[in-house]
Ligand binder design. Structure first.
Ligand code: BG6
Ligand code: MG
Length: 218
C-alpha cells in the first residue's frame, strides 16, 4: 500500500539542478578552472557546503581556503543561484509534475517535499507549489544531508506514515540511497544511470499516473 509520496525538489519538480550547476560553474570560472556538467552530477542532492568541496576538489584547490573563505564562496554561489531563482515562474515546473501531484492527492495519498535545499521555500512560493504538499521538510530543518535518511524520515513522520508505505521520487544517487536507508521504495527520475539502485526508473512525469506507479511497484 502506498500512503505517502515524498518528492525531492531540485531536478524532480523543477529544473533548478541546471541553475545550481550554472552558479557553481561561474564561481569555478572566477577561480580559474572549468567545472564540467559531468562533474556537476556529483553535486546533485548534496548540501551546499558539501557541493562546494566537490567543486573545489575538481579544481584541485580544496586545501586552499579557510572555513571562513569557504563560507564566503558558498554565499557567493548562493547569490548567483538566487538570481536565477528570483526570476522563476510556475511555467518552470517540469512537465507533468503538477498533474501527477494532483493525481496522487486525488487518490487520498499524502504528498511531502523532502529537499536538501535551504531555498526550497522560495522556489515553492515562486512556482505556486505550496498547496500541493501536506508537509515540507527542507535544508532549514535537517542537520544530516542525503544520503542520510533524515529528510525523508522526518517527512514521513510529519504526516504520520510508516516508511514501508512511502515512495520517494529522486533525481540524485544520494537521494536514492537516503530513501533505501529510510526503508522506503524509490523512483529514480530523469534517466541517469547513477539511479540504478531505485525501485523503478522514470524519465519524467508527463503521462505518468498514480495508477501506473501502483501497478509498477505496489
Ligand atoms: C539540493 C540540490 O536539492 O539542494 C543540490 O540537488 C544543492 O545541488 C542542495 O547543493 C542545497 O541547496 P541550497 O539551495 O540550500 O544551496
Ligand atoms: Mg534533486
Amino acid at each position: 500500500m502506498i500512503a505517502c509520496c515524498l518528492f525531492d525538489l531540485d531536478g524532480v519538480i523543477v529544473d533548478t539542478a541546471r541553475y545550481h550547476y550554472l552558479a557553481w560553474a561561474s564561481l569555478a570560472r572566477d577561480l580559474g578552472f572549468e567545472f564540467t556538467p559531468a562533474a556537476g552530477e556529483a553535486t546533485k542532492g548534496v548540501s551546499r557546503m558539501a557541493s562546494l568541496d566537490i567543486v573545489l576538489r575538481a579544481g584541485g584547490m580544496n586545501e586552499r581556503f579557510s572555513p571562513a573563505e569557504k563560507e564566503r564562496l558558498a554565499a557567493e554561489k548562493n547569490a548567483r543561484y538566487l538570481a536565477y531563482v528570483s526570476a522563476m515562474t510556475p511555467a518552470e515546473v517540469l512537465p507533468g509534475a503538477v498533474a501527477f501531484l494532483r493525481d496522487v492527492r486525488a487518490h487520498g495519498v499524502l504528498t511531502v517535499l523532502g529537499s536538501a535545499s535551504k531555498n526550497a521555500g522560495t522556489i515553492l512560493d515562486r512556482c505556486e507549489l505550496r498547496p500541493l504538499f501536506d508537509a515540507v521538510v527542507d535544508g532549514t530543518g535537517v542537520s544530516r544531508p542525503k544520503p542520510d535518511p533524515e529528510v525523508f524520515s522526518k517527512g514521513a513522520e510529519a504526516v504520520g506514515v510508516r516508511p514501508e508505505n512511502c515512495v520517494v521520487f529522486e533525481d540524485a544517487a544520494a537521494g536514492i540511497e537516503a530513501a533505501a536507508r529510510a526503508g522506503m521504495r524509490s523512483v529514480g527520475v530523469g534517466g541517469s544511470p547513477l539511479l540504478a539502485g531505485a525501485t523503478m526508473q522514470l524519465n519524467g512525469f508527463e503521462g505518468f499516473t498514480f495508477e501506473m506507479l501502483c501497478k509498477e511497484i505496489d
